[in-house]
Design a protein around this ligand. Structure first.
Ligand code: SF4
Ligand code: FES
Length: 234
């Protein structure tokens, strides 16, 4: 039995049990993604990895690869949807990249460049969530959260602490810290925790360490997101 499928006309081999995204990535093909990470179970929330399989849309990070599937990803239609999703994420938060210490190292920003996203086109939400600076070594700026859930998974699955959770739903969904006060300073979070370095955008940041990498040498200055996507993330 053949164990390959076709992605935008290319033959992609896979091991049974792999998802379309995993197999594509292992074969060196980039499918845009934000909430997926090689270390963690898929979340399926950002929808950026939406592809068409035999004409039907689905999330490549959760769809199992099957022999003979005809997968479309890099099409004008799907990339147009991805651009719209990115524009929605940008207006939902305060993504003022020029003053963000994650600029140049941010997966959201790099993906927007990759997809040629221009002005957001939607009305800005301008959330006003208080920054949490209660922890001695880690700062949280909730206004940049894209609800990818990676910190939730890293804290629970790797650190064994469950410090983060996503509360509320729909437009009210937001990241919370599991302590009585809701403050990070009242948890046992440590800078060495996996959750402290997993955030793909500028929410969970080490204090006193911003802007250390010179412009031109930042993660997505030296390799675009499609090239970086083939490597293990830090
Ligand atoms: S804080 Fe970062 S890692 Fe956690 S859900 Fe928000 S964007 Fe994702
Ligand atoms: S990467 Fe598949 S839904 Fe986010």
């Amino acid at each position: 039995m053949s164990t390959s499928f076709t992605l935008d006309g290319n033959d992609v081999p896979f091991t049974p049990g792999e998802t379309v995204l995993e197999a594509a990535r292992n074969a060196g093909h980039y499918i845009p993604h934000l909430c997926w990470h090689p270390e963690f179970s898929p979340h399926g929330s950002c929808r950026l990895c939406t592809v068409k399989v035999n004409g039907r849309p689905g999330a490549a990070c959760t769809l199992k690869a099957e022999p003979g599937q005809l997968v479309e990803s890099d099409t004008e239609e799907l990339n147009g949807h991805r651009k719209t999703l990115l524009q929605m994420l940008f207006v939902e938060g305060n993504h003022f990249c020029p003053s963000c210490e994650k600029s140049g190292n941010c997966l959201l920003q790099a993906t927007a460049y990759q997809m040629h996203m221009e002005g957001p086109h939607f009305e800005e939400f301008y959330p006003d969530r208080p920054v949490d600076a209660s922890h001695p070594h880690i700062l949280l700026d909730f206004n940049r959260c894209i609800l990818c859930g990676l910190c939730v998974r890293a804290s629970a699955e790797v650190d064994g602490k469950s410090i983060f959770a996503i509360a509320g739903n729909s437009l009210g969904a937001h990241l919370v810290v599991n302590s009585e006060s809701g403050k990070l300073g009242d948890t046992d979070m440590a800078l060495a925790d996996r959750a402290a370095s997993i955030c793909p955008v500028g929410v969970i940041l080490p204090k006193r360490r911003g802007f250390v990498i010179p412009i031109g040498e930042r993660r997505y200055d030296v390799a675009t997101v499609d090239q970086n996507g083939q490597q293990e993330l830090p």
